[in-house]
Design a protein around this ligand. Structure first.
Ligand code: NAD
Ligand code: UDP
Length: 321
């Protein structure tokens, strides 16, 4: 298969490129580097099966060869307003990537009769009133809240994807990704795992927002990528949506303490104001992925954090961060 991956220079996109290349596919990566990092793809420079197009997906997408699948991952993804990569600091670009970018990527899939996968998000559930979140839950999003630029763009992207499925018969799949972490996240991304690891390694205080009793369920990147691979390989007509994530739920203080224990750091926790609209709890119901794909995460939090700490420690000790 020849696969177009948008957002290829990002955290998840670059792991997807590796995975599909390893399985013998040809991959065309596309990215405009707004939050991505060319270093994430540097190891693929000599790979004959990999090519790269620098392009903003909000503009018409031209692909020089026929593709069999389109994986649409291009979008800023961090909610942290303190990070230059946070989507609240890139509000128009985020809405354009979710709306125009999805339209253009679906257009490529339609023109090529290709299978399409949308990287959607648990954020479409907003401040959830149902716990854990099942795919049948419609969500609770403030349309004008600070996070709405991302949440509503992804909700629109889901609706547009379903319109292409129903009206044009495009073979689409929607995945709602829950908090995923691992090597190749940007150090300055601002999401909680890279923040805490970096702070612990640098012997700085770990910045816990609010009282730290809010919860998240953290999935290691390899588990998530395996889920994408399985979903793309299934021949069933299945537009989704499907939750993919790790259902083991932790408070943010528990996460901070795991990072301290695994790094051996003696950093303190400092409590800072809670960002607006920060969901109080989040945990996927993954019953659908289990029954349809036989998929469930295998990497426990300590094991995944250990691999991620090694990666960030390597960057910091080589002066690359
Ligand atoms: P990331 O920021 O590392 O990667 C996103 C990539 O998309 C970057 O390389 C960025 O440069 C690129 N991009 C953004 N706008 C673009 C545009 N207009 N044109 C071309 N490229 C563009 O973030 P990530 O965590 O790898 O997220 C990838 C996708 O997965 C996003 O769509 C995100 O919404 C979704 N997602 C991720 C998570 C997670 O936990 N990592 C959770 C839910 C959803
Ligand atoms: N958070 C934190 N300290 C940080 C960064 C994030 O306490 O330095 C909290 C944030 O307020 C949220 C949780 O960690 O409650 C997860 O945040 P993240 O940005 O990783 O993603 P989200 O799940 O909110 O999309």
């Amino acid at each position: 298969m020849r696969i177009l991956i948008t957002g290829a220079a990002g955290f998840l996109g670059s792991h997807l490129c590796d995975r599909f290349l390893r399985e013998g596919h040809e991959v065309i990566g596309m990215d405009n580097f707004i939050t991505g990092n060319p270093q994430n793809l540097a190891h693929l420079a000599a790979d004959q099966n990999f090519s790269f197009i620098r392009h903003d997906v909000s503009n018409f997408i031209f692909v020089p060869k026929k593709v069999d699948a389109v994986l649409h991952f291009a979008s800023p993804a961090s909610p942290n307003p303190l990070s230059p990569y946070g989507y609240t600091n890139l509000p128009i670009q985020t809405m354009k990537a979710g709306a125009l970018g999805t339209l253009n990527a679906l257009g490529v899939a339609k023109a090529n009769n290709a299978r399409f996968l949308l990287a959607s998000t648990s954020e479409i559930y907003g401040m959830p009133l149902e716990h854990p979140q099942k795919e049948s839950y419609f969500g609770n999003v403030d349309t004008i809240g600070i996070r709405s630029v991302y949440d509503e763009a992804k909700r629109f992207a889901e609706s547009l994807t379903m319109a292409y499925y129903r009206f044009h018969g495009v073979d689409t799949r929607i995945v709602r990704i829950f908090n995923t972490y691992g090597p190749r996240m940007h150090l300055d991304d601002g999401r909680v795992v890279p923040n805490f690891i970096q702070q612990a390694l640098r012997k700085e205080p770990l910045t816990v927002y609010g009282d730290g009793q809010q919860t998240r369920s953290f999935c290691y990147v390899d588990d998530l990528i395996a889920g994408f691979q399985q979903l793309m390989a299934t021949p069933d007509d299945f537009p989704g949506p499907m939750n993919l994530g790790n259902p083991n739920e932790f408070t943010i203080v528990e996460l901070a303490n795991r990072v301290l224990a695994l790094t051996g750091s003696r950093s303190k926790l400092v409590f800072e104001p809670m960002p607006a609209d920060d969901p109080r709890q989040r945990k996927p119901d993954i019953g659908l992925a289990k029954s349809m794909l036989g998929w469930e995460p295998k990497v426990q939090l300590d094991a995944g954090l250990t691999r991620t700490i090694e990666y960030f420690d390597g960057l910091i000790s080589r002066g690359l961060a």
